[in-house]
Design a protein around this ligand. Structure first.
Ligand SMILES: [Fe+2]
Length: 374
């Protein structure tokens, strides 16, 4: 019997559990080089559909014989042709990944990070493996808050509805340039408050509650304290949850730091970035668990697929936190800026409420890797 098509959620589960998986990517070489399914236990090979069609036996010879082969393409259509041709060529253990890279980009996998006070009290991280985005759901006493939501709101609403809880607050730590926020959508659906940092309001076209340093937002028995931490954007605001967790937005990641340039203001904001990382964050409890809104490398994933590290350990091992000299830090950041995320201008405008692209345009805007860090 032939193998069933593989849903992206099962690919995600395998990678998060660090189980080996062999992926045959049948897109063109450029697309493959730019962005692919990655993971510590992933082995991937690129043979385009064209090459497979031209010489199925040659393609077959490059494939392992002792393990299943999962074929991926952009949308999950041409991969089916690839599977068929290779099956005819005698490859037995082979199937395709449903919805391909589009599906991969859009899948979120929730992981429980830790307990919080109150009934059902916990913080969950939603890992978007395909794009390196991390978002959060805080639950306590039947209430929830969501931080840096992705546009695929169904993952959060399914979770909320299954738990039978209410959504009280939705926050964005900054104006995102790498992914389209689902925050306002969620707030509207559940009649929850939508928090947004005032200083990132460069003429946004929606109502919001300012996310202000010094305020306290309660979710059941949990207190969330906004902490002003500019540098990635001028409004970037971290969230301290129950004096245990530091949701660092795009300021501090496990192996890297945020980039200050996605609004074209690298030179202006690099000083803020340095002050946040080398001064403001140093004033916080060193045992806070840092929960970033992105990861860059698959090596940042813990054994259970989650991404976090204690603040003091980051000061020990994150190389970008060891360049104390202002000038050197400025160079470190501005001389090594990676390529900007795809469509970052359009994404900013969408997040400002100035554009309402349709679903498939949104999908295209978010295609590709994340590139949010330095
Ligand atoms: Fe960002």
């Amino acid at each position: 019997m032939s193998m069933q098509p593989m849903p992206v959620k099962d690919v995600a589960k395998k990678i998060m559990k660090k189980e080996r998986i062999f992926i045959l990517d049948v897109r063109g070489e450029e697309d493959y080089k730019n962005w692919k399914i990655e993971g510590e236990t992933v082995e991937t090979l690129n043979i385009s559909l064209k090459e497979i069609k031209e010489s199925p036996q040659e393609a077959k010879a490059k494939l392992p014989e002792d393990e299943p082969i999962y074929v991926v393409c952009a949308k999950g259509i041409s991969s089916q042709d690839g599977v068929e041709i290779l099956r005819e060529a005698g490859v037995e253990d082979i199937t395709y990944v449903v919805n391909g890279m589009n599906g991969w980009s859009e899948h979120l996998e929730p992981v429980k990070i830790g307990k919080l006070p109150g009934e059902g009290g916990a913080i969950y991280q939603f890992v978007r493996l395909g794009k390196g985005c991390l978002s959060y759901l805080i639950e306590s006493d039947g209430e929830a808050a969501i931080v840096d939501a992705n546009r695929m709101t169904g993952f959060y609403t399914d979770f909320i509805d299954e738990q039978g809880i209410g959504l009280k607050a939705v926050m964005d730590t900054h104006l995102h340039a790498d992914h389209i926020s689902g925050g306002r959508d969620l707030a509207k659906q559940y009649d929850a408050a939508y928090y947004f940092p005032e200083k990132d309001d460069e003429g946004v076209e929606f109502q919001y509650t300012p996310l202000r340093d010094g305020d306290e937002i309660t979710v059941g028995a949990v207190t969330i304290k906004p902490f002003y931490s500019p540098g990635h954007t001028i409004g970037s605001t971290s969230l301290i949850v129950n004096d245990e967790f530091l949701l660092s937005g795009d300021i501090l990641f496990v192996e890297s730091i945020g980039r200050p340039d996605l609004a074209g203001k690298a030179e202006d904001w690099v000083g803020d970035l340095r002050d946040t990382l080398y001064e403001r964050y140093k004033s916080l409890s060193p045992v806070l668990t840092v929960l970033p809104s992105h990861f860059g490398e698959m090596t940042e994933l813990n054994a259970d697929g989650s991404v976090y590290e204690r603040l003091d350990r980051l000061y020990e091992k994150n190389q970008k936190l060891k360049v104390d000299d202002r000038e050197k830090f400025r160079h470190l950041v501005t001389d090594h800026l990676p390529e900007e995320p795809n469509s970052h201008e359009e994404i900013r405008e969408t997040n400002m409420g100035k554009k309402q692209p349709d679903e498939s345009t949104q999908q295209k805007m978010e295609t590709g890797p994340n590139n949010c860090s330095v």
